[in-house]
Design a protein around this ligand. Sequence first.
Ligand SMILES: NC(=O)c1ccc[n+]([C@@H]2O[C@H](COP(=O)([O-])OP(=O)(O)OC[C@H]3O[C@@H](n4cnc5c(N)ncnc54)[C@H](O)[C@@H]3O)[C@@H](O)[C@H]2O)c1
Length: 331
Amino acid sequence: MKILVTGGAGYIGSHMTRMLVSRGYDVVVLDTMEFGHKEALPDKATLVVGNVADENVVRKLFSDHTIDGVLHFAGYISVEESVKDPIKYMKNNTIGPVNLLECMRGAGVKYIIFSSTAAVYGNPMTVPIPEDHRKEPISPYGLSKWVFEELLRVYDRSYGLRSIAFRYFNAAGASLDALHGELHRPETHLIPLACAAALGMRDGFSVYGTDYDTPDGSALRDYIHVEDLCAAHILGLEALGNGHETQVYNVGTGVGISVKEVIRAVRKISGRDFSIKESGRRSGDASVLVSDPARIMKEFGWKPKYSDIDAVVKTALAWHTSHPEGYENRH
Ligand SMILES: NC(=O)c1ccc[n+]([C@@H]2O[C@H](COP(=O)([O-])OP(=O)(O)OC[C@H]3O[C@@H](n4cnc5c(N)ncnc54)[C@H](O)[C@@H]3O)[C@@H](O)[C@H]2O)c1
């Protein structure tokens, strides 16, 4: 089985690539390397540097390799940036990847798994959030993903391209051997920021919004360990290979953890205190995003194994401790 992993040199994509290789899949990674890390890739994966929107590159890739299925992780990921520059997000996350679908169609590739997001829901009316909850994204990032999900339904209806959209809640944590972890530049995600602060690598950070209608006033999120998230993709890939129809699934634990609880967990596990700055709410952020994962659990028998918040923080801290400068100058 040969799988194309777009964005495969990024945080989740590289974890996925290593998991696929360890299970005997052949993997081709397509990544611009704008935010990717070559060092995160296993030697056995083939790296093609290029953009999913580049017709020449993607067409050549499909002619050089007989691809069975695609895992599409490539995309821009910052809610905050998307509010400032919405068109950048529409171009990279929605319009550009249509080229990927067209090239798949041309090459006769039959299925794709898409990295969607809880941000498609906007501010939820019911929590935990089931997949059929109304979709009213409050950020251009969420909208860019929602429109691509809709495009996937069009491609299924009109061209028979089957897909699974996994709506990730908050991906977090590092590989269990601490060799690979979360590294975004700039970093905007809570757990890496808190780990860096605990390790004295930065002077605290801002908590956006402390007056939400939640038990402690900070936003509630659902943290899913990257290992559990990638395990869901393996199940999805096997299902699509066996003819599974187009579907969407939440991938989360169903447990809401507040920003302040995460900070407490990082302080407790690291044994270090650090300062935080309480700032106002950030445009585009929902107050509560907690999944109802019943569908994926029932249909795929998927269950998170490593997503307890203390376990997530432990793996993240181990990675940040051994890689204070990311993949450079490893300790
Ligand atoms: N991290 C999360 O908590 C989270 C939550 C929900 C959804 N997602 C989605 O999961 C996917 C992966 O997220 P991540 O945290 O690993 O991000 P990341 O930035 O670490 O990885 C994305 C990778 O895609 C590459 N890329 C971006 N645009 C590209 C393009 N047009 N063509 C080719 N390569 C391109 C980047 O260079 C990068 O290596 C994204 O689509 C993101 O929206 C992530």
